[in-house]
Ligand binder design. Structure first.
Ligand code: CTP
Ligand code: CA
Length: 225
């Protein structure tokens, strides 16, 4: 209801975002993944659509309904998430990487279930591509926003990621605080961009999503001036 009255700040803009975890198969019955309910990313997708944007949401495996007005592409692995994103990156004004991407995948996925044996399982891992950094180095690139889930030194690590991945903006949260982050209804964000930053204090993820999108719309408008 509240969203019905949301100002159409993003009318005419297109937003591509990732949400949820990615999942890397070990064998047909096992996988490695990250904690992520997808709630923050889905809240941003819903708010963006309510604010008038065209929205494509590339989602890892989560148990959430598709927000109304949002086009959803379901993926499992990091490589599949990257290819879905790169198919749409040229046609979108804004990219927001909310996904908790698995940093590593299994080098050789077993075709059959691996049985326990005298010699316990050892997994060789290879590093996954960085979806956010790939988008940020694409030309022409969308306004590129990353997330940083940290357990300590939140501002330090977030600023480092902003610069290292050449982002326009980063939204950091402290996941060591059980009231925020994984699988909760509320969150708090420290949002940092090239020449400014703002703390968005603990509130419902829906409200936070609208606040973050407003900051993004402000920066986009400044860039266009
Ligand atoms: N990200 C991504 N692709 C990856 C890893 C991360 O797109 N392979 C994105 C996430 O969606 C998030 C941002 O990068 O927007 C930061 O993720 P995070 O895991 O905090 O950063 P990493 O660079 O993986 O650093 P760390 O070693 O702290 O995990
Ligand atoms: Ca990571």
């Amino acid at each position: 209801v509240e969203q019905f009255f949301a100002p159409k700040l993003l009318q005419g803009k297109s937003i591509l975002l990732t949400a949820g975890p990615t999942r890397e198969a070990i064998d047909p019955v096992r996988y490695i993944s990250n904690h992520s309910s997808g709630k923050m990313g889905f809240a941003i997708a819903a708010a963006a659509a309510a604010m008038g944007a065209d929205v494509i949401l590339v989602a890892g495996p989560v148990h959430l309904p598709t927000p109304s007005g949002v086009k959803r592409i379901d993926v499992e692995s990091t490589q599949d998430m990257l290819s879905a994103v790169m198919q749409h990156v040229d046609t979108h004004d804004i990219f927001i990487g909310c996904a908790a991407v698995a940093d590593y995948r299994i080098d050789q996925v077993a075709e059959d279930k691996i049985k326990k044996s005298a010699q316990d399982m050892q997994l060789a891992l290879v590093r996954n591509p960085d979806i956010l950094a790939t988008v940020a180095s694409h030309k022409p690139r969308p306004f590129t926003v990353g997330f940083a889930a940290e357990t300590k030194d939140v501002e330090h690590y977030a600023k480092d990621k902003l610069i290292r991945k050449k982002l326009d903006m980063i939204a950091a949260n402290d996941v060591s605080n059980p009231a925020q982050g994984f699988n909760t209804e509320q969150n708090a964000l420290k949002v940092i961009w090239a020449n400014g930053q703002q703390d968005l204090p603990t509130t419902d993820k829906q409200i936070l999503a609208g606040q973050l999108l407003t900051l993004i719309a402000d920066q986009l408008a400044l860039l266009k001036d």
